[in-house]
Design a protein around this ligand. Structure first.
Ligand SMILES: Cc1cc2nc3c(=O)[nH]c(=O)nc-3n(C[C@H](O)[C@H](O)[C@H](O)COP(=O)(O)OP(=O)(O)OC[C@H]3O[C@@H](n4cnc5c(N)ncnc54)[C@H](O)[C@@H]3O)c2cc1C
Length: 363
């Protein structure tokens, strides 16, 4: 079978579904190819109100609104931070992704459950996909590669996979949590953090590391430290490390985890994937794929660069992570962090505050 479309979106996660919906709203023919419509991505599911407000997503998808977060230093100092009217909203990824795909379909997107295999012809793009046990070909003028951290579109074009952390996470049912907890310390999360987030039916907890062979013992150490009861199945998944070196390749646009667009230090990716999907769609609507990189850089480059440098400083060892927590005792540091992370402030003021506070750590 051979199908033709103007835009093929590979991957029906937050980036792909957002791009597909916006394209269809603008009268553009789109096929959205998603490998597994029942996929539940391993994810803390914490995202700020901007995700809903800026991208027109229904707040009925929010399972819990977290108003206070807790950061814990390597030496065990605990600091609770009130989000001052803001919130970190917990969604269930299976349901959330399905809702985003459904709104794309309502706008006219053709959704196909199938696995992208490879690009057969990269002039007028012809790709091969497995759909229901058969191989099909899809011809499209544009491709949006929103197929996540292990992007096959990326490898199919001969582009190196992104550098990534390894994460391990699990769901523990029947345990209550009201806070999102971020635990720093090289004994359980070197260069990363361990987390406990509320979930619809309990909590989700996890940790990250560069070294896959150490991830299970690290998580065990965190569970002991935090006093978590062993429960069910643990899931391993890669999380990309932002480099900012991939936007487009011909008329292929990379959005979300496929382009490594996870905010350094906070390791937040849902909002940024959806914004990237929005920018990818807008650039294609304008028939100027080069505008995608411009839009992304204009909005996020300074923030990502700054956070990347702060991550390199504060997550390099326990002494620095201790300082990160200690600094956040100061109300003006909390205010600056909330403006940037929770409120997703678009202006330059929040960024300036951050540079004023943290500049001395960046030399
Ligand atoms: C353990 C963990 C916890 C996290 N916690 C948070 C958090 O609390 N808050 C936050 O903001 N971010 C979090 N993130 C990051 C966030 O999950 C990602 O940044 C976000 O999902 C990226 O969206 P995406 O659409 O780019 O990719 P994905 O969500 O990975 O979606 C990619 C989609 O493409 C599909 N696909 C893949 N290959 C193919 C193929 N060959 N053919 C067709 N379809 C394909 C997949 O099935 C998937 O549906 C977390 C990540 C991890 C690993």
């Amino acid at each position: 079978m051979m199908l033709k479309t103007k835009v093929l979106v590979v991957g029906g996660g937050p980036a792909g579904s957002t791009a597909a919906r916006i394209l269809a709203e603008n009268g553009i023919e789109v096929i959205l190819l998603e490998r597994n419509l029942s996929f539940q991505k391993p994810c803390g599911g914490g995202t700020s109100s901007s995700t809903f407000d800026e991208l027109g997503i229904s707040k009925t998808l929010i399972k819990k609104e977290v108003k206070t977060i807790m950061v814990v230093s390597p030496q065990g100092e605990r600091l609770e931070i009130d989000l001052r009217g803001g919130s970190l909203n917990i969604i269930e990824r299976g349901e959330f992704d399905r809702a985003l795909r459904n709104s794309a379909v309502e706008k006219g997107v053709r959704l196909i459950e199938g696995d992208f295999c490879r690009i057969l012809n990269d002039k007028k793009y012809t790709i091969e996909a497995h759909v229901g046990g058969a191989d099909i070909e899809i011809i499209s003028e544009y491709i949006i590669a929103a197929d996540g951290v292990n992007s096959k579109v990326r490898t199919s074009l001969g582009i190196k996979p992104s550098r990534a952390f390894f994460t391990i996470s699990e769901r523990i049912k029947g345990v209550e949590a009201d806070l999102c907890e971020f635990w720093f310390g090289s004994s359980h999360a070197p260069h990363f953090y361990s987390w406990v987030f509320p979930a619809e039916d309990g909590i989700s907890a996890g940790t990250g590391s560069f070294e896959p062979e150490k991830i299970k013992p690290l998580f065990e150490r965190f569970r002991e430290k935090r006093g978590l009861i062993p429960e069910g199945q643990k899931r391993l998944y890669r999380m990309p490390l932002w480099k900012g070196d991939l936007y487009t390749h011909g008329k292929v646009v990379f959005a979300g985890d496929s382009a490594g667009q996870v905010m350094p230090l906070s390791y937040e990716g849902i909002y940024y994937a959806m914004k990237a999907g929005e920018f990818a769609a807008k650039a294609i609507i304008e028939e100027k794929v080069e505008n995608y990189k411009k839009m992304w850089k204009e909005r996020f480059q300074r923030r990502f660069t700054l956070m990347d440098r702060l991550k390199n400083y504060f997550l390099k060892d326990d002494v620095s992570a201790e300082k990160l927590v200690a600094l956040h005792k100061r109300p003006e540091v909390q205010a600056a962090s909330l403006l940037l992370w929770i409120r997703k402030d678009k202006g330059r003021e929040g960024l300036k505050d951050y540079i004023r506070i943290f500049g001395k750590f960046l030399s």
